[in-house]
Write a protein that binds this ligand. Structure first.
Ligand code: FES
Length: 85
């Protein structure tokens, strides 16, 4: 089934690009131009990527979440003695 009718890109082609490392609509566009004309297919591409078309995304998510949580915790200053009292 076609995802991008402007460039004749199928769901299967998007999945293949995702498997080889294109994990965002921008990266898919870089690989096959899908989404770079009228843009009406970008949400469909996002949905495909979000449904596990990109195996690397699931592999990276725990790292990204852990890193973001550690960064947020480190940026919060500890209360001073005066503030704690
Ligand atoms: S349908 Fe994909 S750019 Fe138009």
């Amino acid at each position: 089934m076609y995802v991008c009718s402007c460039f004749g890109i199928t769901e299967q082609q998007v999945r293949q690009h995702a498997e080889t490392g294109a994990c965002t609509p921008r990266q898919i566009a870089g690989a096959c131009k899908a989404g770079t004309d009228c843009g009406s297919c970008v949400r469909k591409i996002q949905a495909l990527l979000g449904r596990g078309a990109c195996p690397r995304r699931e592999a990276l998510d725990p790292v990204v979440l852990t890193t973001a949580a550690a960064t947020a915790a480190a940026s919060v200053p500890a209360p001073t003695a005066a503030e704690a009292a």
